[in-house]
Unconditional design. Structure first.
Length: 107
């Protein structure tokens, strides 16, 4: 039985396509978590709702930044994608930390 990490490691391999596919899958996972936060925001009082909405907007901005980095990676040449991978990873970690913080804050 393959673990998620093993699958991600294999997918990321050292190929541009495998890395892109892994990052796309991660983006979809985090979009689902943002959707959960949106759903929770609809059920809270007005004061809390503002906090949720601000947090969601912040996360969506981070998500857009990651998407832009990933789009740049997609259009890069085979030799340059490894260099661009660092920017994608930094944007990913920023989004991941923001979502985890938000999920903890709004339990």
């Amino acid at each position: 039985m393959k673990t998620k990490q093993a699958s991600e490691k294999k997918a990321s391999g050292e190929t541009k396509q495998g890395y892109q596919e892994m990052m796309e899958a991660r983006l979809h996972e985090w979009q689902a978590k943002i959707d959960v936060l949106k759903s929770k925001a609809e059920k809270v009082k007005a004061e809390q709702k503002l906090k949720y909405q601000e947090e969601i907007q912040n996360l969506q901005g981070k998500q857009r930044q990651l998407r832009e980095k990933l789009d740049e990676l997609k259009t890069s040449g085979e030799s340059a994608w490894q260099e661009m991978k660092t920017g994608v990873e930094m944007a990913w970690k920023d989004l991941e930390a923001g979502i985890k913080r938000s999920m903890d804050r709004f339990k």
